[in-house]
Design a protein around this ligand. Sequence first.
Ligand code: C2E
Ligand code: CA
Ligand code: CA
Length: 411
Amino acid sequence: MDRLSDRLSIRIVGSTLERDASVAVALILVQLLAAFTLTWALGGTSHVPPHWFYFPIAFAGIRFGFVGGVPTAVAAAILAGPLSPGDVATGAAQPVSDWSIRGAFFIAIGATLPAMMRHGTATIQQDRRQLHTEGEVRRGLQRSEFVLHYQPIVELKTGRVVGAEALLRWQHPDHGLLGPDEFIARVERIGSLASWVLAEAATTTARWRRIFALGQFTVSVNVSAQNLAQPDFVTQVQTALKAAELEPRHLCIELTETIRVEDLESTGARLQVLQALGTKTSIDDFGTGQSTLSYLRQLPVDVIKIDRSFVIELTRQERADSIVGSLSRLARELDVTCVAEGVETEAQRLALWNHGVRFAQGYLFAEPLDEVQFEQVLVGGAQLGSVPLTQPDNRVEPRATVPPGEPRATA
Ligand code: C2E
Ligand code: CA
Ligand code: CA
């Protein structure tokens, strides 16, 4: 049914465009003819320069681009050139130099105008889309259209839920439930959305901690470089924690994207202030960015998240296996906790465990869940994943590091 309506609408749009194109071609011809007639009626080009030919050239260029602008300009050059006399009364022809220079000018306009128009309108459209989205986000915030979903982070050995990553969703009135990839890049600079995410995640976590008596349960909030660069970022975090009555150690700031090397110092200083308050810092998609190793040197890092791309290849490619092994060892050496992302299969879970990775998240355990679904997991004992894993032969027991969270006190 959908396909049928799609086909119908494509046909309707197609025929409308075709009809529209023939009307436009007719208009260009009429304008050319009118310009030609006017030149003759006013006594020839030596009496009045034939500027009206610019109208059909501009119209054709805007409507059809280069393929319309240039042929119309050539037609105009001929009509206003050899086909129009300099003086109608005496029949004197125009000097060739006059009409050839004018013709070249027409063609140059017909060729360049479409390119200029395209550039100009693209910028305007982009600005308008941006404005539209910013306005929509503000309205969306007022109308409570944003929600957070939470993906459990589990301890591999036991399957116990030790934390969650808060992932933003937009329940858009026209477009349905949108994932962050569909809107986050365009709205990142809207600070109010980032501080809403912090406040909402802190409030929900504090509530869960009260109701379910969770031990060290930690919530990870995605924070972009742009969010972090806001002068009041530290205040935003403090305000969110205070309003929610959540202890800072239960919040982990997850850096989601590459930070410019020149900004590393200021970012580090800001994170240090937060760490002094007690929050944790994690590096998302570790191993994919350009400068992730310098992060370990320059930022106060507690957790690294091994990117899904390495986890996918784990059991298929020896190199990915070595990379995960090295990352896990590196984390251990630096006393940093390692969390693997995007774990989908039991084989991946086992391979990670064999590499000494203690924590993971992924569809194998749970997809991002809405608040109600997450609460069901907590009610059910906060236990996800199948059989507990036993000590592997080649596994080095990790040092006691700062975990993303600890299992429920009651579990
Ligand atoms: P991310 O931080 O790497 O988040 C993980 C993404 O992988 C999530 O997509 C999650 O749904 C998905 N995922 C989790 N487990 C699996 C798995 O086993 N298999 C597969 N195929 N995918 C899995 P989501 O929710 O669409 O988020 C996409 C990205 O949007 C996030 O990537 C994060 O960078 C960004 N993002 C999400 N929420 C926020 C936010 O509040 N603020 C900012 N700045 N960025 C956010
Ligand atoms: Ca993340
Ligand atoms: Ca990630």
